[in-house]
Design a protein around this ligand. Structure first.
Ligand code: FES
Ligand code: FES
Length: 187
């Protein structure tokens, strides 16, 4: 029993009854700072979805299995259900909402990231539930390996499950995006 266990402080108060500790954090998400006071045990994925309304990051399992919640934290690929929001305090988080570039076409106009465009063209999504996590894992790969083999792509998305089993098209799309990004020098 640790010193922080509420039951250790008062045997008559169970951990379930104790008030949740709350902390104020500032997290940079897609280049914007958000300050919120959150429960210490709030998961990063729930912070993104429920506190910030960024519901592009999906929850498929909550047990670190499916990869639907994949985001980047300080440039590293992370399953957001494996991390507390307070652990992201002061860090830079990139979510799928941060992939498309704003254009000069008007407010709200955005140009798809080459990966998003390739997924669209190569039919790499069916229900789309796995797609945000697939995109973020693929982006992490291409940021570190601009010219991956198909085997390297398979390894990069090994932690992302597609229940629609569209893996061949997903790999095709990542290859297509990689080729275009090499051409454009857009990593
Ligand atoms: Fe995080 Fe499935 S919701 S890995
Ligand atoms: Fe449906 Fe992957 S497209 S889970």
């Amino acid at each position: 029993m640790s010193e922080r266990d509420p039951a250790a402080l008062s045997p008559s108060v169970s951990a379930a009854e104790a008030p949740a500790e709350r902390l104020t954090i500032t997290v940079w998400v897609n280049g914007q700072a958000y300050t919120r006071t959150v429960p210490a045990r709030l998961l990063l994925v729930d912070f993104l979805r429920n506190e910030l309304g960024l519901t592009g990051t999906h929850i498929g399992c909550d047990t670190s299995t499916c990869g639907a919640c994949t985001v980047h934290v300080d440039g590293r690929s992370v399953k957001a259900c494996t991390m507390f929001a307070v652990q992201a305090d002061g860090r830079a988080v990139r979510t799928v909402e941060g992939l498309a570039h704003p254009t000069e076409g008007g407010p709200g106009e955005r140009e798809l990231h080459p990966l998003q465009q390739a997924f669209h063209e190569a039919h790499a999504l069916q229900c789309g539930y796995c797609t945000p996590g697939m995109l973020m894992s693929a982006l992490y790969l291409l940021e570190h390996n601009p010219n991956p083999t198909r085997d390297e792509i398979k390894r990069a998305i090994a932690g992302n499950l597609c229940r629609c089993t569209g893996y061949h098209f997903i790999i095709d799309a990542i290859e297509l995006a990689a080729a275009r990004m090499r051409q454009q020098g857009d990593r």
